[in-house]
Ligand binder design. Structure first.
Ligand SMILES: [Zn+2]
Length: 205
């Protein structure tokens, strides 16, 4: 389906659940692998009727909606209204008043203002994922094969140094009793890691 060109088209586009889901999947899992926000498991399936994901690992609240973990989570506003507003902010350089947006979406000016505010903040931080809060644990490590487990030829090709060389640095963040988040980082420098924490964790946590 063609990308919308006007707010009216965006509203029509996102009135279809499949279109909301397609965009949310892309925002949340850019690599295309859907992971449970609570345990990180990839063993999940989408329940078409209930319109929620279900995780097959055994833990509490195994079902999660498209909104869980995103900036849209703690609001009763449906994605069919959130996403046209986000589209509007991304596409329209001249901006739009909260009065106009409110009228177009059928929400009050106050609600439209709140939506714009929250979306702008997300765009500035570069992610639509909600920040972790409370007690958050952060750690980083290198992943990649162990040299001693490799065939000689492979070892020669793949291992060109010691320590973290030739391995991928990854970082994990977990909110106590809540969501888990992982990402690949370019290096383990303090400035790199701190920037990731700043984007993903609420100040004061
Ligand atoms: Zn899970």
């Amino acid at each position: 389906m063609a990308a919308p060109n006007t707010l009216q088209q965006a509203i029509r586009h996102f009135s279809k659940f499949e279109n909301c889901k397609a965009l949310m999947d892309e925002l949340r899992w850019p690599d295309g692998v859907v992971r449970c926000p609570r345990c990180g498991s990839e063993k999940v399936s989408f329940l078409e009727k209930a319109r929620v994901w279900k995780c097959y690992a055994k833990h509490e609240r195994p079902k999660f909606s498209l909104k869980v973990g995103t900036i849209f989570e703690d609001s009763p506003i449906p994605l069919a209204k959130w996403l046209p507003a986000a589209w509007m902010l991304a596409a329209c350089k001249n901006g739009m008043s909260s009065y106009e947006l409110g009228r177009a979406l059928g929400v009050t000016q106050k609600t439209a203002w709140f939506m714009f505010h929250r979306i702008r903040k997300a765009m500035q931080s570069g992610t639509f994922m909600k920040q972790l809060s409370g007690e958050v644990e952060v750690d980083e490590t290198f992943i990649g094969g162990k040299a001693r487990n490799m065939h000689v030829a492979q070892r020669k090709r793949r291992i060109t140094g010691t320590g973290g060389t030739d391995k991928t640095a990854v970082m994990g963040m977990v909110q106590r009793g809540g969501e888990i988040r992982t990402c690949v980082v370019p290096d383990r420098k303090k400035s790199t890691l701190c920037a990731v924490v700043e984007n993903n964790v609420q100040a004061g946590s």
